[in-house]
Design a protein around this ligand. Structure first.
Ligand code: PEP
Ligand code: MG
Length: 598
């Protein structure tokens, strides 16, 4: 029931994952990096071990930070000043403290941060009343270490999101991709965050996980919205409504029902061929992040996996996945797909994706740094080789292809191919089965790769255009930076021209080309992509239904005319309107649902 004494309030952002959710707020405040009392929270007996583990991990992380700090400043300051960190390390290594916190978690059923804070408070109070000036001064050291431990603890507390007690809508300043992949799909109805953009990996994950979400919300929601307030999230048009009136709630209940009916209709059509009215068949494949996504992909009638983002096998884990466990994952994926092709992208860490187990260095411009293939070739070749070995081995079980991310020059492909040849020899010496003819393709995500497509087409088996990055790198806008998101236009004619260059090079060299960026799953761009000659569209499984319906209502000839016109446009808006006009004419029900407010 809505509360009539509180006013309804609407906030606007960007719809990142479609769907309507009506529920109650779970507010996630920023991590405290100062010494502040955490919220008193009780836990159940089952959570005791988890909290103790978190405390141990936070101590480990703090120890690593302090040692790193100590190393970094050792050369710059006097030895005795650097030894201040010895004192800090002593606190982190104090066994008595560790046992006291463990006892408190166990006996008082409290979270690790509350237990730790209470014990530190006791020490600090005792030390503050002492006469000895030296001891008194140590209070600030203790507070310093304590705030580090608390910050690390609260960071490790984020996975708390994977064991919510009841259904909630999360409100936060930010959720990282590793926070998001851990969300409990059954309990998190939706989320709304202040940061991010439509193509951030957090948004991509939300769509895969079918969690309605809104990003880039204006209006300081974290301090305005309270825990437990009633809220509606409209992931279609990108709004959230706090304390909705009864009238608004009813209208949204209706919209949610219509949405449900719409998706049921689309699922019914999932066996229909994705063929245009004039007889051109387009391959419709899925982008997946975890093996669980395969079920949705199958439900919506996928013809294979066009992009498996393997980095999530490495994220949120202290240990790297073993070769055997990777072979197992890829083999079961091949089996699940029943003979349909499976394209696995090699590790794409860097940019906005962080991986604890790889202990990467911080970079000023991570999207332009040692990301993806660069990292694999230069800093993590052993990890990369293990992944390639597992792909070659799993390839023996069916149609698995290797795809390389963020390629910017032919040397990178040549180097990877050499490694692959080397690994084939290794595997045959070890008598392990593998696919000697495994196909290797590249993602076209940099303007350099697009412009050099003619050359790449001669040394690879396929192209997949990653428009999310291609747009970021061509228009020079950080895809996660909400302040420049107004420039993020997939129909910017510069992008359309690059796609055309890639498609033409692929056709000339008789290799196939797909698009696997967000553009491929967005109804408004489908006429242009088909008109430009793309063979396959790979997308978040949930979008397969709408895209199939559009293809089946489209004439390729009309799409080609639209694409030709769009290529002549001077700006992205005009090009988008050409595509939208055609879409509204052939499938108005799709534009209605996607773009309609209340
Ligand atoms: C892309 O860049 O379009 C893409 C599909 O890769 P990711 O979104 O994972 O960077
Ligand atoms: Mg990319």
């Amino acid at each position: 029931m809505s509360n009539p004494t509180v006013k309804e309030k609407i906030y606007h952002g960007i719809g990142a994952s479609p769907g309507i959710a009506i529920g109650k707020v779970l507010l996630i405040k920023e991590h405290n990096t100062s010494y502040v009392k955490p919220l008193e929270t009780t836990i159940t007996a089952e959570q005791v071990d988890i909290e103790i583990k978190k405390f141990e991990l936070a101590l480990d992380k703090t120890r690593e930070e302090l040692e790193e700090l100590q190393k970094r400043i050792q050369n710059k300051i006097q030895a005795h000043e650097a030894s201040i960190f010895d004192a800090h390390l002593l606190i982190v290594d104090d066994q008595m403290l560790l046992h006291e916190v463990q006892d408190s978690i166990q006996n008082q059923l409290t979270t690790a941060d509350c237990a730790f804070f209470k014990i530190m408070e006791r020490y600090i109070t005792a030390m503050s009343v002492m006469k000895d000036a030296y001891i008194k001064e140590r209070v600030s050291d203790i507070k310093d270490v304590a705030s580090r431990v608390l910050a690390n603890l609260q960071e490790t507390r984020r996975p708390v999101l994977d064991y919510l007690e009841d259904m909630r809508i999360i409100i936060a300043h930010d959720l990282t991709p590793s926070d998001t992949v851990l969300l409990d799909r059954k309990k998190v109805q939706a989320f709304a965050i202040e940061s991010g953009s439509n193509t951030s990996h957090t948004a991509i994950l939300a769509r895969s996980m079918q969690i309605p979400s809104v990003v880039n919300i204006q209006g300081d929601i974290v301090s305005q919205i309270k825990n437990d307030e009633d809220i509606i999230v409209d992931g279609f048009i990108g709004t959230i409504i706090v304390n909705p009136t009864e009238k608004t709630r009813k209208a949204y209940q209706l919209k949610a029902k219509e949405e449900g009916r719409f998706y049921i209709d689309l699922i019914r059509e999932s066996r229909l061929r994705p063929e245009t009215l004039d007889g051109f068949t387009v391959q419709l494949a899925s982008n997946i992040e975890t093996i669980q996504d395969v079920q949705t992909a199958k439900k919506f009638g996928t013809s294979g996996v066009g992009l498996f983002r393997t980095e999530y096998m490495y994220m949120g884990n202290k240990a790297l996945p073993s070769e055997e466990s990777q072979v197992e994952t890829f083999t079961s994926l091949i089996k699940e797909m029943n003979g349909e092709p499976v394209i696995v992208r090699t590790l794409d860490i860097g940019g906005d994706k962080y991986c604890e187990s790889l202990s990467l260095r911080k970079e000023a411009n991570p999207f332009l740094g040692l990301r993806a293939i660069r990292l694999c070739l230069h800093e993590c070749q052993d990890v990369f080789r293990t992944q390639l070995r597992s792909l070659l081995r799993a390839g023996a079980a069916g149609d698995l292809k290797i795809m390389l991310p963020m390629i910017s020059c032919v040397e990178e492909v040549i180097e990877v191919k050499k490694i692959i040849e080397d690994l084939k020899k290794e595997l045959s010496n070890e008598n392990l089965p593998f696919n000697p003819d495994i196909e290797v393709g590249i993602m076209i995500e940099t303007p350099a790769a697009a412009l050099m497509a003619e050359h790449f087409a001669k040394i690879v088996d396929f192209f997949s255009i990653g428009t999310n990055d291609l747009i970021q790198y061509t228009i020079a806008i950080d895809r996660d930076n909400e302040r420049v998101s107004y420039l993020y236009e997939p129909t910017n004619p510069a992008i359309l021209h690059l796609i055309k260059i890639v498609v033409d090079a692929a056709k000339k060299n008789r290799i196939w080309v797909s698009v696997c960026g967000q553009m491929a799953g967005s109804p408004q761009y489908i006429p242009l992509l088909l008109g430009l000659g793309v063979h396959e569209l790979s997308m978040v499984p949930m979008s397969l239904g709408s895209v199939r319906r559009i293809i089946r209502k489209l004439k390729m000839h009309e799409a080609e005319v639209a694409a030709e016109k769009a290529l002549q446009c001077a700006n992205g808006k005009d090009a988008l309107n050409i595509s939208l006009e055609l879409l509204k004419k052939i499938a108005p029900e799709i534009t209605d649902l996607a773009f309609r407010g209340l």
